[in-house]
Design a binder for this molecule. Structure first.
Ligand code: SF4
Ligand code: SF4
Length: 87
C-alpha cells in the first residue's frame, strides 16, 4: 500500500493527529507549505511513487531523504524500492 510519493510512511507520522493531515496521497497540498517539490513532481509525471521514476532517486528526493534535520537517512528511498519490488 503506497502511503506517499517520496516513500515516507504517513501511517507512522505524528502529524496525522496533531495537524489533521490525511497523508500525502490524500491531500492536495501539504499543511507545511504551498507545495512539496517531490509530491508535485511525482504527480505531474503520473507516478504513484518515486520508485517508478526513471530518474529515481533524483537529486531532489535524495536531498529530502538525507537532510540533517528533516531527513530519515534514506529510509524513504529504501521504502520506494520496496514498493517497486512489490509491484
Ligand atoms: S515530503 Fe512531500 S512527497 Fe513526502 S510525504 Fe510529505 S508531502 Fe508527500
Ligand atoms: S524521483 Fe525525483 S524526478 Fe522522479 S518523480 Fe520523484 S521527485 Fe520527481
Amino acid at each position: 500500500m503506497i502511503e506517499s510519493r517520496c516513500g515516507i510512511l504517513c501511517s507512522g507520522c505524528g502529524f496525522q493527529e496533531s495537524m489533521g493531515c490525511k497523508g500525502c496521497t490524500n491531500i492536495e497540498k501539504p499543511f507545511w507549505g504551498e507545495s512539496c517539490p517531490v509530491k508535485s513532481c511525482c504527480e505531474e509525471k503520473s507516478h504513484t511513487h518515486c520508485g517508478q521514476c526513471p530518474e529515481f532517486p533524483c537529486q531532489t528526493l535524495y536531498q529530502f531523504a538525507y537532510d540533517p534535520q528533516q531527513g530519515d537517512n534514506g529510509a524513504r528511498i529504501e521504502q520506494c524500492r520496496k514498493w517497486k519490488a512489490e509491484g
